[in-house]
Design a protein around this ligand. Structure first.
Ligand SMILES: [Zn+2]
Length: 147
């Protein structure tokens, strides 16, 4: 293995390729080059590994122009999505459990109205927060498209 690209391909092209910032023509060129050049293929693999590690451990991105906003945004978006996917079933479970306990434990119509009024209010607040969240996600996606 050589210690530099035999055809002298600019390393910035590979970084841009990783970021998806190349034009279709350049992207095709880099893709073909990666297939034939083991040095650049290895560089690409290393860069991608570094990036994946940075994203999954949420290290702050180094202050380098090659590391733009998007990986961090995409990373935090993934964490937020995961958080919601964990939080929603948990809240539903807790509410269902509370409802069952309250129904079994409460006496008379007044007690049930009190308990279920609280649960209904909590559910509505949750749904409202969820709708806000979904709107944020849509905005994020839209922003991602526009870069
Ligand atoms: Zn090369």
């Amino acid at each position: 293995m050589t210690d530099r690209c035999p055809t002298g391909l600019n390393e910035k092209l590979i970084t841009a390729f990783l970021d998806g910032e190349l034009t279709q023509g350049d992207e095709q060129r880099v893709r073909l080059h990666l297939e034939s050049c083991s040095y650049c293929r290895e560089l690409y693999t290393d860069l991608r590994r570094i990036r994946d590690a940075a994203m999954s451990t949420r290290f702050p991105a180094p202050p380098d122009d090659q590391w733009d906003e998007r990986p961090r945004t995409r990373g935090s978006l993934a964490f937020r999505l995961l958080g919601w996917w964990l939080a929603i079933p948990w809240v539903i479970f807790v509410l269902a459990y509370a409802a069952r306990e309250a129904w079994l434990g409460s006496h008379g119509a007044a007690g049930r109205v009190l308990v279920f009024g609280g649960i209904a209010a909590g559910t509505l607040l949750l749904v409202s927060a969820l709708l806000d969240r979904l709107r944020d996600l849509k905005t994020d996606k839209y922003r991602g498209v526009n870069k």
